[in-house]
Design a protein around this ligand. Structure first.
Ligand SMILES: *[C@@H]1O[C@H](CO)[C@@H](O)[C@H](O)[C@H]1NC(C)=O
Ligand SMILES: *[C@@H]1O[C@H](CO)[C@@H](O)[C@H](O)[C@H]1NC(C)=O
Length: 417
């Protein structure tokens, strides 16, 4: 793994940086920035009633429709490329040869054909399975069939696999998830590997083996499934913040913490809360996997999901996950080091998040040096949702912003050269 021995001087700096951080990571070359796309679960669940609800059931037409919309509505151009199945795509039994098969009525063309359709759109095919005897909804899991299932996914053209952990022993996951990763690798098809392993262990009070997890998975779930509510979003934020010292160091190019899907455009979040989810997910270097109905997107919510500046923060090449710096009077300050850098100084994205509910915008005074920004030439500060430059500020200069109740202000603070 010591790249510096084999490389030339010009890239020595990169090598030294790489050696300073943990280098024993999954080296399948994938997910160098957090994956982006669309996934069925949070919004469409296990709706298998195509007879009565044909437009919303888990079926091939749901996925071809969402693929079409990712492209035609401009999401794909911004990076939302993975179209992912979740639970409930399966038939109740394996086929006569012991292979997984989709429900024949809901996926009449088969999954190879669905993958071809997704690829023809320039998108990536995301698949779901479970490292257990059953998926969470009770369909066949992969336990006992690891090799044949990895090969089946490769045959179908899968690019991204989410492996859940119901009906499995969380202790055995320390062996099972790496073993399945070996079978994926042996197919020679590049597949992003998304693991639920640490979340199932956390639920049992087991401290996950992070060294093994970041060597095995491109991303992993740490905490509960997201639900369609602000309470769910804030419970996830609190979990990540309360455990940030152990969680953050595991993130980096090719290996990410996954706080679960974006629920923006659904029923549970206000406009301000939706802006907050998008911003905080970008600060956390989170995968941006939407689960929503792209056929019915309010333009205001679509604009949040398509905010190029916030996406750029999420996709920053350095891949450093941000953290909560403070929590006072219901105002939280979250910061994330981003590029460009100069010497030992970073630029930063800053989210000022209000957890207050007293109904007026709250004035928050800001001094960049208090957030660790001490570059003497100062910072150019841009409000990313308003799309305006607030000015150039010395580290000790004072200015202020107004944050709406359960809303956010996102600042990008670029080093001034
Ligand atoms: C999975 O099924 C096998 C065969 O029935 C059984 O022996 C095993 O205990 C099951 N594993 C789990 C984790 O439930
Ligand atoms: C398989 O693993 C090797 C060694 O870690 C890696 O170089 C290669 O890119 C992997 N291949 C795939 C298809 O993931």
């Amino acid at each position: 793994m010591n790249c510096c021995n084999r490389m030339f001087k010009a890239i020595t700096v990169t090598c030294i940086l790489a050696l300073l951080v943990e280098v024993h990571t999954l080296d399948n070359g994938l997910a160098l920035t957090p994956p982006m796309g669309w996934m069925a679960w949070e919004r469409f669940r296990c709706n298998v009633d195509c007879e009565n609800d044909p437009d919303n059931c888990i079926s091939e037409s749901l996925f071809t429709t969402m693929s079409d919309l990712l492209v035609s509505e401009g999401y794909a151009d911004l990076g939302y490329k993975v179209v992912s199945l979740d639970d409930c795509w399966l038939a109740n039994e394996r086929d006569a040869e012991g292979k997984l098969q989709p429900d024949p009525l809901r996926f009449p063309s088969g999954l190879k054909a669905l993958g071809d359709y997704i690829h023809a759109k320039g998108l990536l095919f995301g698949m779901y399975e479970d490292y257990g005897n059953y998926t969470c909804a009770g369909y066949p899991g992969i336990l006992g069939h690891l090799e044949v299932d990895a090969n089946t996914f490769a045959e179908w053209g899968v690019d991204y696999l989410k492996l859940d952990g119901c009906y499995a022993d969380p202790v055995e996951m320390d062996i099972g998830y790496p073993e399945f990763g070996q079978y994926l690798n042996a197919t020679k098809r590049s597949m992003v590997y998304s693991c639920s392993w640490p979340d199932y262990q956390r639920e049992l009070g087991i401290i996950p083996d992070w060294e093994s997890i970041i060597k095995t998975c491109n991303l992993w779930r740490n905490f509960d499934d997201i639900q369609d509510s602000w309470a769910s979003v804030t419970s996830i934020l609190d979990y990540y913040a309360d455990n940030q010292d152990s969680i953050i160091p595991n993130a980096g190019p090719g290996h990410w913490n996954d706080p679960d899907m974006l629920i923006i455009g659904n029923f549970g979040l206000s406009y301000d809360q939706a802006k907050a989810q998008m911003a905080l997910w970008a600060i956390m270097a989170a995968p941006l996997i939407m689960s929503n109905d792209l056929r019915n997107m309010d333009p205001k919510f679509k604009a949040i999901l398509q905010n190029k500046e916030i996406i750029a923060v999420d996709q920053d090449v350095l891949g450093i996950q941000g953290r909560r710096l403070s929590k006072e009077h219901g105002i939280e300050i979250w910061t994330r080091p981003i590029s460009p850098t100069e010497e030992n100084f970073y630029s930063y994205a800053v989210a000022i998040l209000s957890r207050r509910d007293d109904g007026m915008p709250y004035k928050v005074p800001i001094t960049l040096s208090k957030y660790g920004m001490t570059y003497s030439l100062g910072y150019k500060v841009t409000d990313l949702y308003e799309g305006i430059v607030l000015g150039e500020f010395d580290p000790d200069a004072e200015f202020s912003v107004f944050v709406n109740p359960s809303g956010v202000v996102v600042l990008r603070c670029d080093l001034i050269f």
